[in-house]
Write a new protein. Structure first.
Length: 538
């Protein structure tokens, strides 16, 4: 029998969902609206990855500029999530969610029009991608907060499971829809796709969503906002640039260390502030603190590997973006189905066992994936994809309940921001850290794999000296002009073997992280779920 999480002291009155009038405040219509908002953000992330190569060609960008099409969005999003949740708690979660939906759609339109169709400027693309990140930071944390304030305890976990499944829909459809739009329409059309999705979210949400906020509004903690934003910016920027600058460079160490120092100062300031941006008392709850760490390291393990599995499918096997997306469907479809099941299991067993089981299943799937080789057929790919998808679905639901469910309803927006921030930081860190693991192993094994495949040692050393490891780390093979076909085949074979060596090492490291996170998750306890305003009739 799990113990009830300790309370946080005197209850803070919270203005809860408005009395139901017609569909106003109806839980399942509310879920439909926030799910469409979440799908919009998820689709944007996946379709932009498909569009990036075409954006680079048509706007004649450098590699650094193209990277910032993604990085500008990630930076602003990661920095703003907790602040966006706090704005929802203060000014109303419905208001901030709808503002986020409208702003995200309009900034998407601006990316397509000003970045492409009208001006054709990569600077405009990057600038409005940053604006998208700002509105995404308003939207994302308040989705969970709205569900927490709307659903009764016995239905909340199922709702969060469906909420998690909506993310899987965007993961599944994004590469396919994005690839078709880029191939048959234009790269700008992948941003225009957000407009009809936003329209559905608004058409459902405006008449349905009930407002909820803190009953006692607080003055804004501007020093806290500045310190948190600066600290997260330095850490995220440091991880993004680490592969370019090198992990041991003064700039990388300076950015990461500076970010940690600013976050430590932020924590000290918040403890002494009467009305803090991020109440440190939340982390006095052991389960919330542990769950935040588990989400961060769990998504670190997951996102980094998924990025390189895409490279494996497209560059090693030669699939198009659409073909690769179709082959990833077992993972995303299973995740979509497993998330609601995770909600049921979380309700019955609590988040501890469900989250630990999900992470253990992810770890098993990652280890299973080490049996995949460059020439492996699809029959060896889809079973571990299914395994990983099941684990993700279970983990997303249970971790959301563990974080948001262990916070008072009055702090639901901030708790949603904590969960979303941990997810985004985990993704950024995973891509950077596991990318470094992969490229280090590729560099260490490249000459040996090339020679083993039949390439002369002198050519193998020349290729490595010329920087071929960076190309091979993307799953590609260097090509040499005017060489026998047999030699080029040996170079391609050896390059793919080196890439697979790096991928297997990254998979093993990821699996170890997932298993360690599963062990840590066993310390989590079930939160006391008391939606503002009491039970809501379904």
């Amino acid at each position: 029998m799990e113990k009830v999480a300790p309370s946080y002291g005197p209850a803070v009155p919270t203005r809860s969902a408005e009395p139901a009038q017609g569909r106003r405040g109806h839980p399942w219509w509310t879920l439909a609206s926030v799910a469409f908002g979440l799908i919009m953000v998820g689709l944007d992330g996946t379709v932009v990855a498909i569009a990036n190569p075409v954006i680079g060609r048509e706007l004649h960008t450098s590699l650094a500029q193209l990277q910032w099409v993604t990085n500008a969005y990630l930076l602003v999003l990661a920095v703003g999530l907790i602040f966006g949740g706090k704005l929802g708690d203060r000014f109303g979660r419905r208001a901030m969610f709808l503002t986020g939906v409208v702003g995200f759609a309009l900034s998407s339109l601006a990316v397509g029009l000003l970045g492409g169709d009208i001006v054709g400027s990569i600077g405009a693309v990057i600038a409005f991608r940053a604006v998208q990140g700002a509105f995404g930071a308003l939207l994302m944390p308040n989705t969970l907060a709205i569900l927490r304030a709307t659903f009764p305890p016995e239905k909340l976990n199922m709702a969060v499971g469906i909420w998690g499944g909506s993310s899987a829909i965007s993961v599944a459809l994004g590469p396919i829809v994005g690839g078709l739009l880029v191939q048959h329409v234009s790269w700008e059309s992948v941003f225009y796709l957000n407009l009809p999705v936003a329209a559905v979210a608004l058409l459902v949400g405006v008449p349905v969503l009930a407002e909820s906020r803190d009953e006692r509004p607080e003055r804004f903690d501007f020093p806290g906002v500045a310190l948190l934003a600066a600290g997260l910016f330095l850490i995220v920027f440091g991880f993004i640039k680490a592969e370019t600058w090198g992990w041991g460079s003064a700039r990388t160490v300076g950015f990461l260390a500076g970010g940690v120092v600013l976050l430590a100062v932020f924590a000290l300031v918040e403890v002494r502030t009467r009305m803090p941006l991020l109440p440190m008392r939340l982390f006095a709850n052991r389960s919330l603190s542990i769950s935040t760490v588990v989400v961060l390291v769990g998504f670190l393990s997951l996102f980094g590997v998924l990025f390189f599995l895409t490279l494996y499918l497209e560059n090693v096997h030669g699939y198009s973006a659409v073909q690769a997306g179709v082959r990833m469907l077992p993972l995303s479809a299973t995740m979509m189905l497993a998330a609601p099941i995770g909600g049921v299991l979380t309700q019955k067993l609590g988040p501890r066992l469900t989250m630990a089981a999900g992470l253990a299943v992810i770890g098993a799937g990652l280890l299973w994936m080490t049996g995949v080789h460059a020439e492996s057929g699809y029959s060896t790919l889809w079973p571990p994809f299914v395994c990983i998808g099941v684990g993700i679905g279970l983990m997303i639901t249970a971790s959301s309940e563990a974080i948001v469910g262990n916070a008072p309803v009055s702090d639901a927006g901030v708790a949603g921001g904590i969960q979303s921030t941990a997810t985004q930081l985990g993704g950024v860190m995973g891509t950077a850290i596991l990318g470094s693991v992969l490229t280090t192993q590729v560099s260490a094994s490249l000459v040996r794999k090339l020679v083993g495949a039949g390439a002369p040692a002198t050519i193998a050393h020349q290729l490595k000296a010329a920087g071929a490891a960076e190309l091979v780390g993307q799953g590609l093979a260097p090509t040499l002009a005017h060489v026998p076909t047999k030699l080029q085949v040996a170079i391609s074979t050896g390059s793919h073997l080196a890439f697979m060596s790096g991928l297997h090492t990254a998979l093993v490291v990821s699996a170890i992280i997932a298993f360690a996170s599963a062990a840590l998750a066993l310390a989590v306890r079930r939160g006391r779920q008391v939606p503002a305003g009491g039970p809501v009739a379904l």
